[in-house]
Design a protein around this ligand. Structure first.
Ligand SMILES: Nc1ncnc2c1ncn2[C@@H]1O[C@H](COP(=O)(O)OP(=O)(O)OP(=O)(O)O)[C@@H](O)[C@H]1O
Length: 422
């Protein structure tokens, strides 16, 4: 019996991107010899294997080809080149609701899905209760699925996918939808699956789950396999990709060798994943010209590990003499709630008088207590002029801050509890 559950061999997927819809029509009717399209490779010669019983993660930036490879493996999409060999019954959770018919009720869809994978009505009858219990969506199960919220959709799809006893489970991000309890239930099922020696292939942006569950990780970048290997190593490499610090082999670029000192001389903010729609506010008498988030080694990055030291720094140029400016940073969640933050006033760090034409660089260094997730960073320089509170410069949601961890906690932050047992 083969050791390999999934073998992806030199897979490429090319899309023709037409400049004008008419060009597509002309070509399909054979009316032109001119190539009116650009070739876009969603995947370019990608190969990897998944052994039976392994949990393998696929990571990569948006558009790197993660969903495309899963669709090709599950047969939803045909590759332009290459082949995929699968050994074992696959159950896949791809895009929301894929394989569901919106007009049918939840129950009808359970039967539809089961029969598509090759189960008889009797076999599905026997599994129905487990599916309904796992989905736990009450009477909605009798409603057409087009009336479901995305969370309900995922509950039902996941319940079907895992209760039909697949040998290979393929999941595309679905777990990020739905409430935390349901996610926890799904991850428990993941662990059960792993223990039963089943094969799991999953795509996620949640680097904590990748680190926790994957035996191995494939890192895709711009449609190509950049590397594959140990989860921690790949997550670290991915962090470099995220801040454009990964050099492709053969590129005349030395950023990978850069020390924090070399980075210092250049603009640091451009090494971060910046918000293109940053909102600015203030008189700009003092202007935030540059900033950075750094990990404990001093590397500029948007990704920080929970519990590790990190720093936020900014470079401020003073266009006018200002007495006692206040430098501040705030971390918000994606809903805009201020989670934490501080400033030089709260930290009892008097800044003194800054003369017109001067530039200062201020660094806040602290441990990251926040729970894994996505946050936004805001920066500010304020103060008092003639007794009135004045905003000199504020940058709202200037960049994202991703916190990763393989140690979970409940809620927004970790208490870092010490546990004693007597
Ligand atoms: N039908 C299509 N026509 C043209 N291009 C497509 C099509 N589907 C996908 N692509 C392109 O293929 C590339 C890979 O897309 P894919 O959805 O696999 O990326 P991904 O890594 O899953 O991204 P995300 O993290 O945003 O889900 C992207 O550049 C995308 O724009």
């Amino acid at each position: 019996m083969s050791e390999i559950a999934i073998s992806v061999n030199n897979i490429s997927k090319m899309y023709k991107l037409y400049e004008k819809p008419m060009d597509r029509l002309k070509e399909s009717l054979g009316l032109t010899r001119k190539k009116g399209y650009k070739e876009h490779y969603a995947l370019n010669n990608v190969s990897f294997q998944v052994k039976k019983g392994e949990t393998v993660g696929i990571i990569g930036t948006n558009g790197s080809g993660k969903s495309t490879i899963l669709k090709i493996i599950t047969g939803v999409l045909n590759p332009t080149q290459g082949e995929v060999v699968v050994d074992g019954r696959i159950s896949a959770l791809l895009e929301l609701g894929a394989g569901f018919n919106g007009e049918y009720s939840g129950i009808e869809n359970v039967y539809l899905n089961g029969q598509m994978i090759g189960f008889s009505k009797e076999e599905i009858d026997a599994k129905l209760q487990d599916i309904l219990d796992f989905a736990d969506i009450g009477d909605f199960i009798h409603q057409p699925v087009k009336t479901y919220s995305s969370g309900m959709f995922v509950r039902l799809a996941f319940a079907v996918a895992i209760n039909i006893e697949p040998e290979i489970l393929i999941v595309d991000e679905a777990l990020s939808v739905g409430d935390v309890f349901f996610q926890a239930k799904c991850y428990r099922k993941f662990e059960e699956f792993k223990e039963m020696g089943k094969t799991i292939l999953f795509v996620s942006h949640d680097l904590s789950s990748i680190g926790k569950y994957c035996d191995r990780v494939v890192l895709l970048n711009k449609g190509e396999k950049l590397a594959e290997g140990d989860a921690k190593e790949m997550v670290n490499l991915y962090r470099r990709v995220l801040v454009n610090q990964y050099d492709e082999p053969g590129e005349q670029n030395t950023t990978q060798e850069e020390t924090p000192e070399v980075q210092e001389e250049k603009s640091t903010k451009d090494q971060l994943n910046l918000n293109p729609k940053v909102l600015e506010y203030g008189s700009k008498l003092a202007e935030i010209q540059d900033f950075a988030i750094r990990d404990k080694s001093g590397m500029v990055t948007n990704v920080i590990e929970k519990g590790e030291e990190f720093s936020v720094d900014m470079k401020i140029h003073f266009h006018e003499t200002i007495q006692e400016p206040i430098f501040a940073f705030t971390i918000k969640d994606l809903k805009g709630t201020e989670i934490t933050g501080t400033n030089t006033m709260y930290e009892n760090t008097p800044v003194g008088t800054q003369k017109a034409g001067e530039t200062r660089r201020i660094t806040f260094t602290q441990k990251m207590p926040l729970e894994a997730g996505e946050y936004m960073l805001c920066l500010g320089c304020t103060g008092y002029r003639d007794g009135d509170f004045t905003v000199f410069h504020r940058l709202y949601d200037v960049c994202n801050l991703t916190v990763i961890t393989d140690k979970k906690a409940v809620g927004y932050f970790d208490l870092f509890s010490k546990v004693t047992l007597k």
